[in-house]
Design a protein around this ligand. Structure first.
Ligand code: PLP
Length: 394
């Protein structure tokens, strides 16, 4: 039985996969079982932030494997303490809860926001509603699906969690109206600075400013879901810095540990002590391997020279894309890139790129690139040549 047959026989078919079995990777190139090589503009949906098997990252993770691979949270580990300190110092947050995925980081943020209001205003106030945005994506657990502002996800799994109200992204009037309608009941507003799964759609500065102004009036917490936009992806350690704001809570996952499962909920001084003993937990949260990988990632991303390079590479992508006739426009920030096409279908292009040795992603009707943050100029150019050839086909 070959790999794909075995896989499909035993693994639930929840994904639309390409018929490629990836076996190895080095830097930005993945190699399949049959030896075919692929330049990777997707990096495992933005997780392999330093590419495949980056030497510093692999050395740190391998050393950790040989030292201690896991302890429960009954105990402390130095590697988790070091990572938490580095992450707090790079982001300006006070304390962190570690989980294993973006959905879990957001679950933590939702629980934290509700308990913040419960502790401060009491159970009877029922100050537990969270405003999220239309077209958002916050994860696949029931709470994070309930938070997700896309109707397409609100099916089958009834009943969904109560207490989420959606506001149209970039519509300040809608935001104000929904806050007014639910006055005294809202504990948080949660948003992505650039809606990733929603199609690489950035918020406007005016809308972000309005969220912070409105929330400040009524002790409403701001939660930035930076699971996709965080850790250097948009050309800053956190995208909030580019918007000049400081959310009370930021959630991170994807690229944070360079390809090892991790999720992190970062809280500022106002709410970092809300989750107390036994109110939240995770068996694997803060796993030493993830923290060892994360230490290397955050170490690199905290270096201004590394961030400068991300922004230079982002420009290179954009200038190469500008040379392609079929490209209608480019959205996103930094190395979170959404490409609008004039006539062609994104899913067809994705399959054709894979045939020619380039791995890309899509988001809604756009092509999406989330390449490794340290991708070489050479591989950007090579990948763009493949894409150009496909998009130029008549
Ligand atoms: C903005 C955002 N939040 C949350 C998630 C969920 O992350 P995970 O799949 O790690 O649970 C994703 C995943 O794509 C995401 O893009």
């Amino acid at each position: 039985m070959d790999t794909i047959e075995k896989f499909n026989r035993h693994v639930m078919s929840t994904y639309g996969r390409l018929d490629i079995v990836l076996d190895k990777g080095q830097q930005q190139t993945a190699t399949a079982e049959d030896g075919k090589q692929y330049i990777d503009f997707g990096s495992g949906i933005g997780t392999n932030s330093l590419g495949y098997c980056d030497k510093d990252w692999a050395d740190a993770v391998c050393a950790q494997v040989r030292s201690i691979q896991h302890t429960s949270n009954y105990y402390y580990t130095k590697v988790q303490a070091d990572f938490a300190e580095k992450l707090c110092s790079a982001t300006g947050y006070s304390k962190i809860f570690f989980g294993n995925s973006g959905a879990e980081a957001n679950e933590c943020a939702i629980k934290l926001a509700r308990k913040y209001s419960f502790d401060k205003y009491g159970k009877d106030a029922q100050r537990n509603m969270i405003i999220t945005l239309v077209n958002s994506f916050h994860g696949r657990t029931l709470a994070t699906l309930s938070a997700t502002g896309q109707e397409v996800f609100h099916n089958y799994f009834f009943p969904f969690l109560e207490g989420f109200v959606n506001v149209e992204a970039n519509n300040i009037d809608d935001l104000k109206a929904k806050l007014e309608e639910n006055k005294g009941r809202v504990c948080a507003v949660m948003f992505e600075f650039v809606q990733g799964e929603g199609g690489v759609c950035p918020l406007t500065q005016e809308f972000v400013d309005a969220i912070f102004e409105e929330c400040a009036k009524d002790d409403i917490l701001t939660i930035a879901d930076e699971v996709q936009t965080g850790v250097g992806r948009t050309g800053a350690v956190l995208t909030s810095k580019l918007f000049g704001v400081k959310p009370n809570i930021t959630t991170l996952a994807k690229g944070l540990a360079g390809g090892i499962p991790i999720g992190a909920c970062l809280a500022d001084e106002s709410c970092c002590d809300v989750l107390t003993k036994s109110t939240h937990g995770s068996t694997f949260g803060g796993n030493p391997l993830a923290c060892a990988g994360g230490n290397v990632v955050i170490g690199k991303v905290s270096d201004p020279a590394f961030i400068k390079e991300i922004n230079r590479k982002a420009e290179l992508f954009r200038s190469e894309l500008a040379k392609i006739d079929e490209v209608e426009g480019v959205d996103g920030m930094g190395l979170m890139i959404g490409v609008r096409l004039k006539t062609k279908k994104a899913s067809d292009i994705l399959a054709k790129c894979a045939d020619k040795g380039l791995l890309i992603l899509t988001a809604k009707e756009k092509l999406r690139f989330l390449p490794p943050l340290n991708i070489s100029d050479e591989n950007i150019i090579k990948g763009m040549e493949i894409l150009k050839e496909i998009l130029d086909e008549k």
